[in-house]
Design a binder for this molecule. Structure first.
Ligand SMILES: Nc1ncnc2c1ncn2[C@@H]1O[C@H](COP(=O)(O)OP(=O)(O)O)[C@@H](O)[C@H]1O
Ligand SMILES: Cc1ncc(COP(=O)(O)O)c(N)n1
Length: 275
């Protein structure tokens, strides 16, 4: 058997500004020693200041991209990000049912850091009902967890309560991210089931460059899962990676809004596996 890089697939939107979406995902996979492949769901007209337009990719082309990768390159994990329309959820669900052996990490992207909506309202109930029960881990931020759970989130305790609600709605595991919490500490709460809850905490970094943190975190979790880590260990490693990429991204000078992270603060890890 030859040693190769572990392939990982991202199904997400393109960010022309390069900080979030597909662009962040592919940089993260590479930085963590995996081989990144992609299926683009939508092309956003975006920079550090915000989103100026969205061109939705036709569902048959999204399906074609995903199958082209699954049938030939055989990814070890899948990350899903921006899904703007219900028909795209349907296409993805249909495919995933035939590939249930591949672990899927789903970041239910709804609103960009800049405040722009990236999802049609009617998509939310469909992804909650049909997609979330199929994935290994769903990673909502506070606003997304509030929408999915119907609860208000403002402190560490409410992150956990919302996570419990999302579990009760059919999720297998939930990471409620608290990057937008007030105060000097950020908490992310991992619920693998009602009795297995892990609270991760780190110091808040003061910087404008936090565009793409959620995309980067979910891709890093997918990369670590592809390498064989457990969910809890993958989340721990991915959080460390994101924290360092934010810290080292303070001086990445691009644009006048919310800038990106520095995905390559560490030279690329060369990690080949028998596959
Ligand atoms: N200012 C910050 N300092 C340290 N960690 C952060 C900061 N902002 C976000 N994070 C971390 O980045 C990850 C993404 O969180 P969050 O920003 O809540 O998600 P999203 O990008 O989906 O809104 C989480 O692990 C969170 O703890
Ligand atoms: C294509 C695309 N996907 C995801 C996000 C969310 O990233 P963030 O919440 O960091 O703005 C984004 N802005 N654009």
């Amino acid at each position: 058997m030859r040693k190769r890089y572990l392939p990982v697939l991202t199904i997400a939107g393109s960010d022309s500004g390069g900080g979030a979406g597909i662009q962040a995902d592919l940089k993260t996979f590479s930085a963590l020693g995996c081989f990144g492949t992609s299926a683009i769901t939508a092309i956003t007209v975006q920079n550090t200041m915000g989103v100026k337009g969205i061109h939705s990719v036709p569902p048959d082309i999204i399906e074609g991209q995903i199958l082209a990768v699954l049938e030939d390159i055989k990814p070890k994990a899948i990350k899903i990000g921006m899904i703007d329309r219900p028909e795209v959820v349907e296409v993805i669900v249909k495919i995933l049912k035939n590939y249930s052996h591949i672990p899927v990490i789903f970041d239910p992207v709804m609103v960009a850091t800049s405040g722009h909506k990236l999802i049609h309202e009617e998509t939310i109930s469909v992804l909650s009902r049909e997609l979330i029960p199929l994935v290994k881990l769903v990673t909502p931020n506070m606003d997304e967890a509030a929408i999915l759970s119907g609860m208000e989130l403002n402190d560490k305790n409410s992150l956990e309560m919302a996570g419990m609600k999302i579990l009760s709605q059919g999720a297998n595991a939930v990471l409620v991210k608290g990057g937008h919490l007030k105060g000097e500490t950020v908490y992310d709460i991992l619920l693998e089931d009602a009795n297995q809850i892990t609270a991760f905490e780190s110091n808040k970094i003061h910087t404008m460059n936090v565009h793409g943190t959620g995309c980067t975190l979910s891709s890093a979790i997918a990369a670590e899962i592809a390498k064989g880590q457990t969910i809890a260990q993958a989340v721990k490693l991915a959080r460390n990676y994101v924290w360092m990429a934010i810290e080292e991204g303070k001086d990445v000078v691009t644009g006048s809004g919310n800038g990106p992270l520095n995905h390559f603060y560490n030279p690329q890890q060369i990690i080949k596996h028998d596959i």
